[in-house]
Design a protein around this ligand. Sequence first.
Ligand code: NAP
Ligand code: GDD
Length: 348
Amino acid sequence: MNKIAIVTGATGQDGSYLSELLLDKGYTVVGLRRRSSSEKGLERIEHLLNNDNFKLVEADITDSGCVNSLISEYMPHEVYNLAAQSHVGTSFKQPSYTSQVNLQGPINFLEAIRLLSPSTKFYQASTSEMFGKNYEVFADTKYQKETTPFVPQSPYAVAKLAAHEMVRIYRDSYELFACCGILFNHESERRGENFVTRKITKWIGEFVASGQDEDFPALRLGNLDAHRDWGHAQDYVDAMYLMLQQDEPEDYVIATSETHSVREFLTEAFNEIGISNFEPHVVIDPEFYRPCEVDWLLGHTGKARQQLGWRPKVSFPELVQRMVRSDIDAARKEKLERSSLQELEETS
Ligand code: NAP
Ligand code: GDD
């Protein structure tokens, strides 16, 4: 019989890649989606919907009764809790909601597993945002690793840190196999459009499809000096899976160990379309500044490399190239579809 995994946030970036990975490994995947008033929102998993081993189930992780029912119905071997209000900027505007999803959600799963299915293994999506302003220094390099103290800088990070600590408490108190991946930023062609990398590459795609129109509206961004350790999401879901296959449940930092500023991302992305100076195309807009910023993230991945044998495969230039090319293709396709429709309307 197939192993069963519940993946929360299956419609999101990581959930879609992780579901693919688990299906490839022969799992039955129960992917959760929250209720929506429309059928939109399934774009990332459309290709999985006809797979007999993929079951899409409507559920909200903030509802403890709903989570209990899921655990008792499926008695899964593994639960990957990826669902979250995942936007740091939004968390300043919706702190209570963010805490409800990002903290109460994981508590609901930990309780359900403790009471109904204690042999279920649990993965929690923790984040480098928990380090906030803090870092360690070695040979002039500022970095974060598993033991670096957390100093969160946003309601998002506070809720994620509380969930992270809750996982430790359940692991120590009840001997659950529960662990956290402290993942640094990871992006992809499927990244949400209001995260900075995708916002940039989507703009470039539309700009190219416009024929690099001089009147094309500028790209409006906030702080360009923040540094992030950016990897590709497909590499990172491998690490989630590996963590649940270990003998002991432990937390791991997952990152590329290379950091770049938003400005460097912009330079690399504009270079892809032959523009060496992005500045005439970008407007700095205070709306996109955070009340509190995380300036520097650079992950030290010695533990994951040694214990999990994990390494990132996609480099920073390849990540940027893949995202830019994918958005150019998508924008050109959309433009073509729009003009065919217009032609049809004019001729009929
Ligand atoms: P994402 O694309 O924003 O996906 C979030 C998912 O959570 C979506 O499927 C969303 O559903 C679902 N969701 C939100 N609220 C829910 C609720 N109340 N009940 C059920 N589902 C709900 O995020 P991601 O980039 O894949 O990240 C996955 C996880 O890793 C998140 O927990 C995030 O905080 C964490 N993380 C991400 C990164 C990163 O750089 N990507 C780094 C560290 C940690 P809809 O599709 O309906 O919106
Ligand atoms: N979103 C966004 N939009 N960010 C901008 C913009 C803009 O217009 N302009 C500048 N930035 C800066 C932000 O201030 C931040 O310093 C950096 O770009 C990255 O922002 P995001 O792409 O929104 O990602 P994040 O680092 O805040 O959060 C992501 O990574 C975390 C892991 O460190 C999310 O995926 C979180 O869910 C994840 O936990």
